[in-house]
Structures are given as structure tokens and as C-alpha cells.
Design a protein around this ligand. Sequence first.
Ligand code: SIN
Ligand code: NI
Length: 260
Amino acid sequence: MKNYLEQSKIEFYKENGFVQVDNILTEEELDELSEFLEEAMTQEGTNSFATSAKGGSYYKVLNQKVNVWRDHGGMSRYSFHPKLAQIAMELTGAKGIRVFHDHGLWKMPQDSKPTAWHQDFPYWPMTEPGALSVWIPMHDVDEHNGCMMFVPGSHKIGKLTGIDLANPQDIYEQIEGTELEKTKPVKIPLKKGSCTFHDGLTFHFAHANNSDEPRRVLAIIFMPDGTVYSGKSHPVTDNAGLEAGKPFGGGLFPLVARRK
Ligand code: SIN
Ligand code: NI
């Protein structure tokens, strides 16, 4: 398979812990994905699950549904999209890529709260970093309707304590006196058709949604094949038949790209 990314993008990702990629999906694909995601977010299913009850404090941050591909077959076209998986492989240098989980991340209008600065990796039951997220908005995003910000190079600080996003602590208290504390965050507004990839250790934040519409995003977490399950409790891995200390595998964490 051809390389999608120029070397400069891969180097930017390694240095900064995130990268913007434009023209990720075609117009037709994005229209279809928007339709599927709308269905997946609004229909009941037994294999995906919402993490926030309507009216609750986390719902004001994110209306989140995890593993939408397991209830909506059409979503697997996107959560397992060869181009997305191939880019994850190019960025990580992994020999293969598995899906950890996908999630619809809708930031609802009215009394919307920002997504506080955090790293993703502390939430994940993995023994080593390397996993990353692709964040694909269904429409243009800017600071008015919930675009993301990143702290360049913050992935190099390593794993910190996880933040409670419903009742957030200040992650900066964990890095007092470091050079990282002085690094200026960058805001990444995106046009429909663009996305970002970010490392699980990179500090990121999303603005509150002050528009009248939900901010609709599909995010997919990819992990290098060989990533080891730590055994730590997590709703996606509890009762998934995994063994602590052994690599993720099987049909619930499918291999979606393999180096030729
Ligand atoms: C958001 O979409 O608001 C946050 C995404 C993330 O934390 O990865
Ligand atoms: Ni995050």
C-alpha cells in the first residue's frame, strides 16, 4: 500500500505528539459517515454504550457513545477505514494496527463545558504508550463550537495522573516547574474533511460548544499490534476475554492494518 503521509508530517507528529491531516475522506464518505453516526448516536443498541447520562455533569462536556461499530455495521466502514489505519501505522511505525475502540464525541449546545486539559493514555488499560486517536469532525470546527487545542511536545513528559473530565483537576499542577509548563498550546480549527491524530500522552483540550448545533465528531483509538493489556478495569475490556500481560487480540480489537 502507498504511503499517505509525507515524511514531514510523520516527523511533525513524532516531535509534537499530534498532526493535522487534510482531505482524509471524500465528500461522499463524509456525508455517509455523518448519516451513520447520527443513527448510531441516536439509536439504542446492546453492544455500544453511552458514558454520560443526559442532564449529568459529564453530558455537558461530552455526549459520548463508545464502540458504535459494534451496533451499526455501516460505522465499521469508517472505524476500520484502511486509510485511517494506514496513517496510524505510518505515524507510529507499528507493524500492524488494531482498533481499541471508536466513539462518537458530541459536544452538545447549551450550557456546554470545555473538555479540560488531559492525556488519554492514563484511562487506557495498556502497559505501554503508542496508542493514538484520530478525531474527525463532521463539519467545520473552531473555538466557537468546540475545536481542539494541543500542547506541542507534551507527549514527551510521559504518563501523568488521569483527569476527571466531569469535575476536572488542573493538569498543570502536575508539571509545575517544568519547561512544558511554559509551552504555548496551539488551537486547531478544522474544515470539514480535515482531522487530527494525537498520541495518547499529548495534552489536549476542546472548547465549549457555543453554537446551536451539536459538535459532531467520530474519534477512533488505534493501537500498535502487540500492545499489551494491563488488566486495569475499563468498560471496553472488562469481560472481553483478554488476559492481563498478554497482547490485545481477537475480533473485538481487530487488526485493521498490517505492514506488507
Ligand atoms: C473532545 O472531543 O471534546 C475531546 C476529545 C478527546 O479528548 O480526545
Ligand atoms: Ni482525550
